[in-house]
Design a protein around this ligand. Structure first.
Ligand SMILES: Nc1nc2c(ncn2[C@@H]2O[C@H](COP(=O)(O)OP(=O)(O)O)[C@@H](O)[C@H]2O)c(=O)[nH]1
Ligand SMILES: [Mg+2]
Length: 234
């Protein structure tokens, strides 16, 4: 009797799991359609769209600040955070439009979805913009699962995070076209192998381009700016 009840419970659990997967697949399909529309529209308007992903604190906002200083003000930014408008305020101080999305009041999602990006772009407007950044919510898991419609997915990993992260969070590296190894000015202070990190990135995504940069010292920033000037994947 007990065995029968256990079997019934297991069957119910499996059915619920299948249902959950089906709902998730439907959501992702709807997200992909919106993302594709964004990508096409911005391409037609000759606007490059770059999605920045990383753990919290790897240097996304700092990179955008340094990029604005070098490329000027025809840049707009959509900032994703669970709480606070701190990052948008940092960028507005540079005289650019920055639009903050907070997921905290809506359940604290750890990623941004294409539909929210669509609304943000409609609110920001596309006039006076050559380049749009999304600073995704800081973590190496959820943002990788949702296409936001960018032409270029960029993953930042700082030298203080460890060489093993590509192996632990492969999807984030697999969906990225470019990997920026950040805070290289810390290298003299750290026991860290750039060679090992590069090998691990190659293991999970051999096609991912890799650049070493320091937003603080300026090392590698010219290569990053050059990529943006070349209108990535438009
Ligand atoms: N040493 C060093 N610190 C950096 C660099 N880039 C960012 N930081 C610092 O790292 C911290 C987090 O940076 P932030 O841009 O806010 O990271 P985000 O959470 O990814 O947006 C701040 O204290 C920055 O000043 C860098 O190239 N070198
Ligand atoms: Mg930030």
């Amino acid at each position: 009797m007990r065995a029968l009840a256990f079997l019934a419970a297991m069957r119910y659990k499996a059915a619920m799991e299948t249902k959950k997967i089906a709902v998730m697949q439907k959501l992702l399909k709807a997200n992909d359609a919106v993302a594709e529309g964004i990508r096409r529209e911005l391409r037609d308007k000759n606007i490059s769209f770059v999605n920045l992903m990383s753990s919290p604190g790897s240097g996304k906002t700092t990179l955008v600040e340094e990029t604005v200083k070098r490329l000027g003000k025809r840049i707009k930014v959509i900032e994703g955070d669970i709480q606070t408008t701190l990052d948008a305020e940092r960028l507005q101080k540079l005289g650019i439009q920055a639009y903050q999305i907070n997921t905290g009041p809506f359940g604290g999602d750890c990623h941004l979805e294409a539909a929210w990006i669509r609304t943000a772009i409609d609110d920001l407007g596309t006039d006076g913009m050559d380049l749009l950044f999304v600073e995704n919510i800081g973590n190496l898991v959820c943002p990788a699962e949702f296409d936001v419609g960018a032409h270029l997915n960029v993953l930042l990993i700082s030298v203080t995070e460890g060489e093993d992260k590509p192996l632990k969070y492969p999807l984030a590296f697999q969906v990225s076209h470019l990997c920026l190894i950040t805070k290289t000015d810390f290298l003299p202070l750290k026991n860290f192998s750039l060679k090992k990190l590069r090998e691990n990135i190659k293991k999970v995504n051999p096609a991912c381009a890799v650049i070493e940069i320091s937003a603080h010292s300026g090392t590698g920033m010219e290569s990053w700016i050059e990529i943006l000037k070349n209108k990535p994947r438009l």
